[in-house]
Design a protein around this ligand. Structure first.
Ligand code: AMP
Length: 634
């Protein structure tokens, strides 16, 4: 793997020259004066003084050469809708949407919250914000009122764009009750709410003076053009909230110039997609994968992107391959959970359609187990590339980089550090470098490359403390993941070092779920841990102490209380965070200083040896957990 090794080495040793070359992959309205300003570590400013715009690079730039090429293909197996927009049509639609947002008073630097299902208007809204220099904050449609309210209060959007609902497996999920409740809870609610009416909510009503119907507003701005706002490279393009160890999600802030360059380079080198080809990413626009590889990445590259609303196995498990065949998809991106779901279906579906156009399938978001990796690659007959990254980085940290060199894939490994990342495996105790096959913390020596988060929205101090405070004597970025490198240089990710859990590739903070459980009036105390699950990777499990145990006296009473707690989580955070079970106990295992021993609970719940028990205050608490889980995993 000489070619890739050299490429990576150059990206670190001649960092500025390397990134100056990559910057040529995008258009600059004004050239940058300096490639990197790292005068205030760990804050890195890329392409200082340069002016550019993400919407210009994703849409306008392609009008001359590929205006008639499809830019966006929308396929919904929920409604049966199928529609495509050429770059020219997308340009017109984004202009209209930008005019709509502008008319509501949100322009350069203002925040716009997008709480939407997988419909084209969500993509128009994101690109329209980018055009205006407004900062979008997309909130995943599966999040419920309290999560939404917390994000509103942190980002303080002037405008919210939403819809009457989403659909999942044919079942409508109504958004109005969620956003109404969120607006009621929020201290600084948006002044204007634009609602896409899909006809899913018979009781949809617009609040006078606040709400506007998307279609009506669109009609009023149908022929308007909005000039691109040229932003200085470091100006924020978006905020995306992600979970950590506290109950308060962090607003990951991304810049403009570094973001555009990083995505353009990743499309060329990692995904090896060519202009004019098609990319199909099965994620949701509410997650970072959707931001980077449904919307911005493929469009910046001049590729057609597919926006898919639906499940991987409905109407049957062949649907994704049908989409690949019909749209001649060359690059596909999905998740290990989806792979495990498909593995349970008839493998004949994987061979039913002609997927000859497909070059690579990428998977990310959670650990990909070796048997699933092997199974998928063998069944598909295509290279399946596991790659590892985070909301914070916005693009891959570990991957095979086939656009530079087609290195051999080892099943179960996301291969090598990606160019731009000075990745180290550091011992937890002293920040020393780990040897081969030694488990250690995956860390990145700053400056972080272009496209990575530049700070926590509104909280520089939290950015430094959270991400660069793991090791006392060394300011390095911690991914909060454990990793290991084998003797051939291949890396493996072994799970989180913190209390974050990963359910089907969705990152959830145990503390966040605990707070949601505690919103139920009868809960005195609760511990939430992630336990291994064969399909979703992990599932949350709750152990709760109630205030009034009388309600649990009968089996019906216990079941009713468990359901009430689960419903509370659904209402607060959303069903994605709902624990698989709530076990009621009298006491939770804690240290003498009162710290919850979550890892010990997790070990017991997974039927593992809990290890050192000397710090525990009340050993009886352990027996309660053992009893609750029946001495084995649930
Ligand atoms: P998110 O920010 O929601 O994308 O979650 C990022 C986290 O997901 C990482 O810190 C890892 O714990 C996990 N993750 C993402 N991709 C992979 C992968 N390919 N292998 C193992 N874990 C992964």
């Amino acid at each position: 793997m000489g070619a890739y090794r050299d490429f990576h080495a150059r990206s670190i040793e001649q960092r500025e020259a390397f990134w100056a070359e990559q910057a040529e992959l995008v258009d600059w309205h004004r050239p940058f004066d300096r490639v990197l300003d790292y005068s205030r570590p760990p804050f890195a400013k890329w392409f200082v003084g340069g002016r550019t715009n993400l919407c210009h690079n994703a849409v306008d730039r392609h009008l001359a050469a590929r205006g008639g090429q499809k830019a966006l293909v929308y396929i919904s197996t929920e409604t049966g809708a199928e529609r495509a927009w050429t770059f020219r049509e997308l340009h017109a639609e984004v202009n209209r949407c930008a005019a709509m947002i502008r008319s509501l008073g949100a322009g350069h630097g203002e925040r716009v919250l997008i709480y939407m299902p997988m419909i084209p208007e969500a993509v128009f809204a994101m690109l329209a914000c980018a055009r205006l220099g407004a900062i979008h904050s997309v909130v995943f449609g599966g999040f419920a009122a309290a999560s939404l309210a917390a994000r509103i209060d942190d980002a303080r959007p002037r405008v919210m764009i939403t819809a009457d609902g989403g659909l999942r497996g044919g079942r409508p999920i109504l958004y109005r009750p969620m956003y109404e409740e969120a607006i009621r809870l929020a201290k600084a609610p948006p002044q204007k709410v634009v609602v896409c009416n899909r006809g899913l909510d018979p009781e949809l009503s617009l609040v006078g003076g606040r709400d506007l119907d998307y279609e009506t507003l669109r009609a009023a701005h149908a022929s308007e053009a909005v000039p691109v706002e040229w932003l200085e490279s470091s100006e924020p393009s978006y905020i995306l909230y992600t979970s950590g160890t506290t109950g308060r999600p962090k607003g990951v802030q991304r810049d403009t110039g570094g973001h555009a360059v990083a995505l353009a380079a990743s499309m060329k080198y990692i995904y090896a997609g060519n202009p004019g080809e098609t990319m199909f990413t099965t994620s949701d626009i509410g997650w970072v994968v959707g931001h980077s590889y449904i919307v911005y990445g493929p469009l910046i590259r001049g590729m057609t992107t597919i926006l898919y609303e639906g499940l991987p196995i409905r109407p049957d498990a062949g649907i994704w391959w049908k989409i690949v065949a019909e749209n001649r998809v060359s690059v596909m991106f999905s998740s290990p959970t989806a792979a495990r779901v498909l593995k349970k279906q008839d493998p004949a579906f994987l061979r039913k359609y002609d997927i000859g156009s497909l070059r690579h399938l990428f998977l990310a978001g959670e650990p990909l187990d070796e048997p699933t990796h092997r199974w998928f690659a063998e069944q598909l007959g295509k290279p399946v590339i596991d790659h590892y990254w985070q909301t914070e980085t916005g693009w891959p940290i570990l991957s095979s980089v086939p656009g530079v060199e087609a290195t051999r894939v080892k099943f179960g490994s996301p291969s090598f550090p990606v160019y731009g990342y000075d990745l180290k495996l550091l011992r937890e105790a002293d920040a020393g470098e780990a040897g081969p096959d030694e488990k250690a913390v995956v860390a990145i020596v700053p400056p972080l490359p272009p496209g990575c988060m530049t700070t926590v929205w509104g909280d520089d101090e939290r950015f430094v403390k959270t991400y660069f405070g793991t090791f006392r004597d060394r300011q390095v970025y911690s991914t909060f993941d454990w990793g290991i490198r084998d003797r051939d240089g291949y890396h493996y990710i072994l799970g989180r070092t913190d209390d974050v859990i990963n359910v089907a590739g969705h990152r959830l903070g145990t503390r966040e779920i605990e707070e949601a459980v505690q919103a139920h009036a009868n809960i005195a105390e609760v511990a939430v841990v992630g336990v291994a699950d064969a399909v979703k990777g992990q599932l949350p499990l709750a152990f709760a102490v109630v205030k009034d145990p009388a309600r649990l006296a009968t089996e019906e009473g216990r079941l009713a209380e468990e359901k009430a707690v689960l419903d509370t989580v659904d209402r607060q955070l959303g069903a994605i965070a709902r624990p698989a079970r709530v076990h009621f106990v009298n006491v939770l295992p804690k240290t003498r200083s009162g710290k919850l021993l979550r890892r010990l609970i997790q070990a017991l719940a997974e039927g593992r040896d809990p290890g050192d028990l000397t710090t525990i205050e009340d050993p009886a608490a352990l027996e309660q957990i053992r009893g609750a889980v029946g001495g084995k995993p649930d």
